[in-house]
Design a protein around this ligand. Sequence first.
Ligand SMILES: C[S@@+](CC[C@H](N)C(=O)[O-])C[C@H]1O[C@@H](n2cnc3c(N)ncnc32)[C@H](O)[C@@H]1O
Length: 277
Amino acid sequence: MGKDITHIHGYYSPDDLYGKIIDGLGKLGKDLSKITLDDLQPVDEFHIRGDTATKELIKLAEFTEDMHILDVGCGIGGSTRRLSHETGCRVTGIDLSDEYIDTAANLTELLNMQDKVNFEACSALGLPFEDNSFDGVWSLQMNMNIEDKLAWLKETYRVLKPGGRAIFYEVCGNKNTDLHFPVPWAQDSSMSFLLPQQSFREAISSAGFDIKVWNDKTDLAQKAFSGATKPVGEPSLPILGVYLLVGEDIQSKAYNLHLNLDEECVSLIETVAVKPA
Ligand SMILES: C[S@@+](CC[C@H](N)C(=O)[O-])C[C@H]1O[C@@H](n2cnc3c(N)ncnc32)[C@H](O)[C@@H]1O
């Protein structure tokens, strides 16, 4: 039996998330019948370097229109929709959070993309799909919450077709293990499981994948968070932001991520791993 992950599910379970986003779009003066991917970008791309990283990963992935891709740990589906929009491929997103999945589905209907993009709530450790179901896998910054990396990677491998490419854009550990908490993916250490890059590579290979690309993106992450400052007093938050997903202490989380990057506690990688044909 798997470990209890109720606390991780609870962390990613805000109330009425879709309602709050719609409210925010209204406050920003947006016409709901003309919402674009860019309008949602401040809130729906919950990973380091947001849509800039998503666009780089789309190029790296080389997914094409005829493909059906699985987004593992899709959040509220920002990069899921962008991937489909830019390539024409069909994408199924899964996430542990029911609230995120409901929001992802509602936002996708708002953008009228439901023919190509759909969602299902489940754990990445038990995917409700047959073996060899997907042409590609896309997984952005979810591994941090997964203790049993090999179980997750094997499950991902199982549903990917032979010859298929898996894109992982992931936070790893680094030389120092004493992280500052909270961070965007975890309120405390009970939710955060980071492997140093070399161990993460070994886990991907042990699951059966061939690693074709391995890029260390830590310097870009450091630059992205270099301006994060220690919050003082009441938080000053934008109308739309990822704080709607994980709480108003987001500025402390961003500041701690900045410290963790600069003090070599965390690193960031992108990789392309292929299931042998
Ligand atoms: C930092 S967010 C990234 C979301 C999304 N990939 C993005 O880039 O916008 C991490 C996501 O992993 C999901 N997650 C954590 N543990 C999971 C699990 N066992 N199965 C599926 N999703 C999980 C969380 O619910 C959350 O949506």
